[in-house]
Structures are given as structure tokens and as C-alpha cells.
Design a protein. Structure first.
Length: 358
């Protein structure tokens, strides 16, 4: 439990304390959003829960009846979280049994969940599901956002709404060329959304991997060839003082080299530059001995209505589970930085609603 202290200097606020991880259960690729004063967190769940579908008809039936995909939590203050349920009703079985990195957008009274689904042959497609309630259940719309015949591996969809109301979808997909010094591997794209379930079909490259710390695996066999494979994934976009910052995770998610960096652009469709990232991740990186492989972040305004927090996962010390953590994002003359990863007690200021029960 966190402590509650009345701030005598500002009676309209209270202070909550927390220590990472704020969710100790398995919750990778965490996405947090706020709706009607309540925070919701969703992410990739334990693979063994999803894998029950592989164990025969009886297990498949039990999976469909008892399990929903993607753990969902709620909070009043970003510090204390309560499990709600799984969020997504299992879609058609032929789509696969690996479900990754959900994110949610709200438009015209409907919640849209963007996620990827695939199978052990490494093919993944982007899907969208809908619900009338933030708790779900979300139901797949039957639509694929990116044609699998064009991009057979597409993951980590991130919906972003600009100031004029226009929505864009950032995502990651595989590149095999090495033009202009880029590495083969997974990297970032953006496309304008015609509506909440349809892309314009005019994607632009956001960022390609160019640095050694972004290596996923040397001598990786993919698409029938062997590559020095590099990875950029998990895009999350924030507009700050008229510029667009695309935060991303680089490297291999199973190692302590994984970390968060960013690119910046004057236009939402780019071009983006991550100049300055040559020597390693500038936002989040492993804290030797205590925080391992922090990454795949989302960004959210805190309950004081002012402070921006970066939400991310990191491995426990036994490398058994990725757990959700939060830390303050700080703006410096050199660009965005993070106060973490932290392992000690931190504070969150909460602006009280007159009818709040806090």
C-alpha cells in the first residue's frame, strides 16, 4: 500500500508514494490511458495463458470460455492498480496464438484496441478490436490494418491523434534492405488513418536501426537468409512545443541491452531524426544489478494534470517476468530524459476532484 499525505502548502492536492514495479504481475508492453478520471493499463500477458489453445479441443474450449487476452488494470492515481479482467475476446483461431502489445484509442463513443496476432512461424499482422466500455470485452472487427501480403511481420501499433483531430498509426515492420547505412531488421513506420479501422495506404518510414546497441541478433536466419538483425519497436508519440517525439525501444527485449530512445520531427509524418543515439539509449537503459531491459513504453499525463510519466516494462531480477514501472519524463535543453529507472520510493501529486474519495 502507498502512503497518503495531505500537502498543507497546496490543499487541493495530495501526494501518493510508490515503488517500482507498480504492477508486480506479468505485464509487458504496457499501455496506459485515462478516461473520465480513471487510468487503465493493458499489455502483453503471460504466454502460457494464451498457449492453452494449443492443447486440444477441450483446452481450446476452456480458453474461450474462461480467458480473455491482454490483462487489464485500473487506477485512480497511477500508483495503486487493481486487476479488472482480460480485455480481448479470443479472435478467429486461424489468426494465431501469439498476441502482443495492445493499445487503446477512444473516438466517438467507441474504444478501439490495436494489437498484433501471429503464430510460431513469426508472421504477425495488425488488427483492431472495439468495445463500448474501457473494461471490454473487446471484439475483433475482422479487419487487418496492414496487408500481410505486403508486410508479413507488422507489430506494435500506436494510434496518435494530432491537435487538429487527425489520427495516425505508428507501427513496426521488417526491412531487408541496407540502403544508406541502415541495418536489416524491424523498424518504424507511420500512416494516416482514414477512419479508426482503415489506413490511407501511404506509409512513411519513421526511423531505421543504424547503431550497434540496437542489434537484436547477429547471424539471424530470417526470410531464408542470414542477417545481422537490428530492431526498433514499440513506438509512442508525444507532441511537445510544436515538435513530434517518437519514443521507441531498441535492441533485443530478452537482454540487458534493451532500452528506450527517441526521434524528433517537425511534421507528424516526418522526416524523423534520432541523432545523438549513437552511444546508447538516452531515455531508459539497464540499471546494473537492479533494473533489466527497460522498454516498450507509453506516455501519460499524471493525476496533477501537468506531469508527464513514461510507463514501461522491466524484467524482475530472476528474468521471469516483465513488470510495469512508471517514472517522470523530464524535458532538458538536450531533449527528453527520464528520472529513472527508479527502484526507490517516488511521489505522485494528485489533483483532487471536489467529489474525490481519495
Amino acid at each position: 500500500m502507498t502512503e497518503l499525505e495531505i500537502d498543507l502548502g497546496a490543499p487541493e492536492t495530495v501526494t501518493r508514494t510508490y515503488t517500482n514495479p507498480v504492477i508486480a504481475s506479468y505485464l509487458a508492453d504496457p499501455f496506459v490511458w485515462k478516461h473520465l478520471g480513471v487510468y487503465y493499463a493493458i499489455g502483453t500477458g503471460p504466454m502460457e495463458a494464451y498457449g492453452q489453445r494449443k492443447e486440444g479441443a477441450e483446452a481450446s474450449s476452456a480458453f474461450s470460455a474462461q480467458f480473455r487476452i491482454f490483462p487489464l488494470y485500473r487506477s485512480e492515481d497511477l500508483a495503486n492498480w487493481t486487476y479488472v479482467s482480460g480485455a480481448l475476446t479470443p479472435p478467429a483461431e486461424e489468426l494465431g496464438d501469439s498476441f502482443w502489445a495492445p493499445e487503446v484509442a477512444f473516438s466517438d463513443g467507441v474504444f478501439y484496441m490495436y494489437y498484433s496476432v501471429g503464430s510460431s512461424d513469426k508472421m504477425h499482422q495488425l488488427r483492431v478490436a472495439t468495445s463500448k466500455h474501457p473494461h471490454g470485452p473487446f471484439t475483433d472487427t475482422g479487419k487487418t490494418l496492414v496487408n500481410p501480403a505486403v508486410y508479413s511481420f507488422a507489430i506494435d501499433a500506436h494510434p496518435f491523434q494530432d491537435d487538429d483531430g487527425q489520427w495516425y498509426l505508428f507501427f513496426a515492420r521488417d526491412f531487408l534492405d541496407t540502403d544508406d547505412g541502415a541495418h536489416a531488421g524491424t523498424a518504424l513506420m507511420v500512416d494516416r488513418m482514414v477512419d479508426m479501422t482503415t489506413l490511407a495506404g501511404e506509409p512513411k518510414t519513421v526511423l531505421r536501426a543504424r547503431n550497434e546497441w540496437q542489434r537484436f541478433l547477429a547471424d539471424r536466419t530470417m526470410y531464408g537468409e542470414t542477417w545481422d538483425w537490428h530492431t526498433l519497436e514499440g513506438p509512442s508519440v508525444l507532441k511537445h512545443e510544436g515538435r513530434y517525439y517518437c519514443f521507441y525501444s531498441g535492441g533485443r527485449w530478452e537482454t540487458d541491452q534493451y532500452g528506450v530512445d527517441y526521434g524528433v520531427a517537425d511534421s507528424v509524418m516526418g522526416p524523423y531524426s534520432d541523432e545523438g543515439s549513437e552511444h546508447g539509449a538516452r531515455i531508459l537503459r539497464t540499471l546494473e544489478g537492479s533494473v533489466f531491459g527497460p522498454g516498450h513504453n507509453s506516455l501519460v499525463t499524471g493525476p496533477d494534470g501537468e506531469t508527464t510519466y513514461i510507463v514501461y516494462h522491466a524484467w524482475d531480477k530472476g528474468w521471469r517476468a516483465r513488470q510495469m514501472c512508471i517514472d517522470q519524463l523530464i524535458w532538458t535543453p538536450e531533449g527528453p530524459r527520464c528520472a529513472g529507472p527508479t527502484t526507490t520510493e517516488q511521489t505522485i501529486r494528485v489533483r483532487l476532484d471536489p467529489q474525490s474519495k481519495l
